[in-house]
Design a protein around this ligand. Structure first.
Ligand code: SF4
Ligand code: SF4
Ligand code: SF4
Length: 289
């Protein structure tokens, strides 16, 4: 049913966008294609990412009307408009995770919720959230006393996000080298913000607001910032500890199937360039099998 809806929506939006494209071309009186084709650079490992819920790239280029609502609503300003020199169709929204990742600060995938054309397809998030709430309700009134349904819904919605998959560069990763980290991960001049996962409010509750990363200091004997700040948690990434035959211990961030490709790990990684980057639009199997 969901697939059928998606197809119908895509067809409608295709017709709508085609009409807009035709009108624009007539207006400028030139044979220039209004919607530029996304040119994928096979040699560029750090492709720019589409916002959460983006439909298949070809359909996205027709469905997105470049209205900018997703850009405006994102509380951490993760979403930007592609400029004329960027490797995406001009004027469409994208995320550069190294500069500012989607840390799910909005708590409800607001970019997709606000998209008027389903270029960012929200139904999948809504369905996941409702299903999670129903599961809580079925546990009865006693269970409900200890569960925050909003929190359950938010977690479920985050988990169905698929922007890409994180990939580790073992050659440069500090943890693999047995090194720690101390200080602000991206330095004093970095402008990105992050809602921290490993730092809590004084009463132990989760921090709900994103803060400038340059104000957040970390002390780690073995660097594990990508692991502890991941908004998804241990279903997405863990720090794997291995005891070697000689008794020494080695570490490695281990990306798991729950990775959404949100890019927080890429943004916070203190090495330059980042030792963990998002492979845009890829599945876990494509990256790790
Ligand atoms: S889901 Fe992420 S990118 Fe979209 S509005 Fe929320 S924080 Fe921004
Ligand atoms: S809200 Fe939807 S249609 Fe508007 S720019 Fe974003 S993706 Fe495109
Ligand atoms: S490992 Fe975590 S922080 Fe990194 S992209 Fe995946 S979900 Fe996001």
């Amino acid at each position: 049913m969901a697939k059928e809806n998606k197809t119908n929506i895509n067809r409608r939006q295709f017709l709508k966008s085609t009409a807009i494209a035709a009108a624009s071309m007539a207006a400028i009186g030139a044979g220039v294609t209004y919607i530029q084709k996304y040119k994928r650079d096979e040699n560029n490992a750090q492709e720019l990412l589409r916002p959460p819920g983006a439909i298949d790239e070809d359909a996205f280029l027709y469905a997105c009307i470049k209205c900018g609502l997703c850009v405006q609503i994102c509380p951490v300003h993760a979403i930007k408009f592609a400029g004329i020199n960027e490797d995406l169709a001009y004027g469409t929204p994208y995320i550069n995770a190294r500069e500012q990742a989607c840390d799910f600060s909005c708590d409800s995938i607001q970019c997709a919720e606000t998209c008027p054309t389903a270029a960012l397809y929200f139904i999948q998030f809504k369905e996941a959230g409702l299903k999670a709430i129903e599961a809580v309700q079925q546990q009865g009134p006693e269970a409900l006393k200890n569960i925050n349904p909003f929190e359950v819904q938010v977690v479920a919605m985050k988990k169905v996000t698929h922007i890409g998959v994180a990939k580790l560069n073992e050659k440069t990763c500090l943890a693999v080298k047995g090194k720690g980290f101390s200080g602000t991960p991206r330095g004093e001049n970095f402008n990105g913000v992050l809602r921290p996962q490993s730092i809590k409010n004084q009463d132990g509750s989760k921090i709900r607001k994103a803060y400038p990363l340059k104000e957040q200091k970390y002390e780690r004997e073995i660097c594990d910032l990508c692991v502890t700040e991941c908004p998804i948690g241990e279903e997405a990434i863990t720090l794997k500890k291995t005891t070697n035959p000689d008794g020494s211990v080695s570490y490695k961030p281990n990306v798991l199937e729950g990775c959404t490709g949100c890019g927080v790990c890429e943004m916070i990684c203190p090495t330059e360039p980042a030792s963990i980057v998002i492979e845009a639009g890829k599945t876990y199997e494509e990256v790790y099998s």
